[in-house]
Design a binder for this molecule. Sequence first.
Ligand SMILES: C[S@@+](CC[C@H](N)C(=O)[O-])C[C@H]1O[C@@H](n2cnc3c(N)ncnc32)[C@H](O)[C@@H]1O
Length: 132
Amino acid sequence: MTLVEGDVLDTDVSTLLGGKADAVLSDMAPDTTGTPSADQFRSARLCDELLDRLPGWLRLGGACVMKVFEGEAYPELLARASRAFERARGFKPAASRAESVEIFLICTGYLGETISGEGSSGHQLPRRPSGW
Ligand SMILES: C[S@@+](CC[C@H](N)C(=O)[O-])C[C@H]1O[C@@H](n2cnc3c(N)ncnc32)[C@H](O)[C@@H]1O
């Protein structure tokens, strides 16, 4: 097993893997600020950045599960995931505290997306400011 510690968004995952993965699982969450709307937005943005990288990381037909804080930006994230996968749905496991806004976005049957530049994927969430 190889353990790599660092910012996954700045890591050349496909080179580490030597190819594309069958599944990508993310339990990532941003450092919380105590402002729920900001935390929810940052969580959705993190997932959006993960989706940006899937063309290089995930094989067609593969699956992706990612933790996200459900909030204002979630419907747009779900809409994007629904375009990129055959099926995408939010799931709240029994093990997740009822008072937590965390859910898991379960996506199967990766269809691929063309990411050719800023804003090209059709999503509206702004880029990650430096320092996130
Ligand atoms: C809910 S915790 C995950 C806990 C982990 N599953 C465990 O059992 O220890 C969220 C984690 O996401 C990590 N994270 C957030 N953004 C990240 C990024 N861009 N790259 C790598 N890890 C990130 C944080 O450092 C934090 O440790």
